[in-house]
Ligand binder design. Structure first.
Ligand SMILES: [Ca+2]
Ligand SMILES: [Ca+2]
Ligand SMILES: [Ca+2]
Length: 418
């Protein structure tokens, strides 16, 4: 895959978004609530991706869908308590653009350029708000059916937000939360709820150099489920129809919200727990200096989602998985990305085909002793990944095996997954 855009778009390339787009996954059909300072509702790079509440008629003064909010066609404003969640700060517009600015050759491009943004304003023009407003915004978004809720905000523990997150979990929303910018040893809340709520994931920020941002909060002893995403020098939409380059874990969190949208568009049936598992396990090495699970990577999570898988099992790079039980009939193969294609390359052994949600092992690939072509429409009996190299972000290990025909051979050729 060629590099998308310019160095200004380093974040998109770092998270592997162009590969997911090329495979047909752009976040279409997925809704992402931005609980923030609001969104520039007239921004030319965002207007087409604003969620429209299908049950609400605009401007008639009636709560048509009876969700408790009058005329909430494009989200809601919990600061001014009206149905115009416009942005008077800029932060929320930047976050929204990172998730879903249009891919239209103007301005900036979101990680999931066909996802829909639900603007929920809970922070004022100074970027401040109450935990009651944040909790109300989370509840509102969850009730509206938001698949993903981005929280690029933080503070101390809040019982109101705690219960709102539990409510969102009960309705199936995953919550992506910024780890915080205090250079602290542990994340702030609500990101730290990832230690206790399986629908929450915490996001740290790394630089284009691959090093963790000095300001980014770490995992420490918090038990948080945290991954890292680009969060320094992020170019995105800004209020007033403009653009801005900002840094912070607030900028990293929406990369993951976008990545989650790409992943859900590849498999809309994933639960919030399964989606978190894919995001948390589908990483490609750690940012230097980080203690998180690793750097987020669409090329892994989206491929797995497309294949109908729910977790990425990992082992040290270079090791192979093997059939260890009668039912777990699998072997692994390695594919190394070439510049023009992520999933087929000169060393290709296995190919994952996003569009068929299937794995095909090509008979021409140079690993006939352990591989076997499967029919184009067949589901693999089992698929297992065993790790990602540290040196090339796009190296992915896949596994597939036609156990019925090659089982004996597999037993001879492969070692058990560690
Ligand atoms: Ca309503
Ligand atoms: Ca109405
Ligand atoms: Ca654009």
């Amino acid at each position: 895959m060629a590099y998308f855009g310019s160095s200004r778009e380093w974040n998109l390339n770092a998270v592997g978004a162009p590969e997911a787009w090329a495979a047909g996954y752009t976040g279409k059909g997925v809704t992402v609530a931005v609980i923030d300072t609001g969104v520039d509702l007239d921004h030319p790079d965002l207007v087409q991706n604003l969620y429209v509440n299908p049950g609400e008629i605009a401007g008639n003064g009636i709560d048509d869908d009876q969700n408790g909010f009058v005329d909430d066609v494009h989200g809601y404003d919990f600061v001014d308590r009206d149905a115009t969640p416009d942005d008077l700060n800029g932060h929320g517009t930047h976050v929204a653009g990172t998730i879903a600015a249009a891919r239209n050759n103007i301005g900036s491009t979101g990680v999931a350029p066909d996802a829909k943004i639900i603007p929920v304003r809970v922070l004022d023009r100074n970027g401040s708000g109450s935990d009651a407003s944040v909790a109300a915004g989370i509840r509102y978004a969850a009730k509206l059916g938001a698949d993903i809720i981005n929280l690029s905000l933080g503070g101390v523990y809040s019982r109101a937000i705690d219960t709102a997150i539990s409510y969102a979990r009960s309705l199936g929303s995953i919550i992506i939360a910024a780890a915080g910018n205090e250079s602290a040893a542990v994340p702030g809340y609500p990101a730290r709820f990832s230690a206790t709520d399986d629908n929450v994931i915490s996001v740290g920020a790394y630089r284009s150099s691959g090093r963790i941002a000095s300001f980014s909060n770490r995992v420490g002893n918090s038990g948080s489920v945290q991954i890292d995403a680009p969060g320094v020098g992020i170019y995105s939409t800004y209020m007033g129809g403009g653009y801005a380059t900002l840094s912070g874990t607030s900028m990293a969190s929406p990369q993951i919200a976008g990545l989650a949208a790409l992943t859900l568009s590849a498999n809309p049936n994933l639960t919030s727990r399964e989606l978190r598992d894919l995001l948390a396990t589908g990483t490609s090495g750690r940012a230097a200096g980080s203690d998180s699970l690793g750097k987020a990577n669409a090329s892994i999570t989206v491929a797995y989602a497309a294949a109908g898988l729910k977790t990425v099992s990992t082992a040290p790079a270079g090791q192979r998985a093997a059939a260890t039980t009668a039912t777990q009939r699998s072997v692994t193969a390695r594919t190394t990305a070439a510049d023009d294609s992520l999933f087929v390359a000169s060393e290709s052994i296995a190919k994952i085909d996003f569009k068929k949600a299937d794995v095909t092992i090509r008979s021409s690939d140079p690993i006939t002793p352990i591989s076997q072509p499967t029919s184009p429409n067949s589901k693999p009996l089992f698929l297992d990944a065993v790790g990602v190299t540290q040196t090339k972000a796009f190296d992915v290990f896949f596994a597939s095996y036609n156990a019925d025909e090659r089982e004996a051979e597999a037993a001879n050729e492969l070692r058990s997954l560690v």
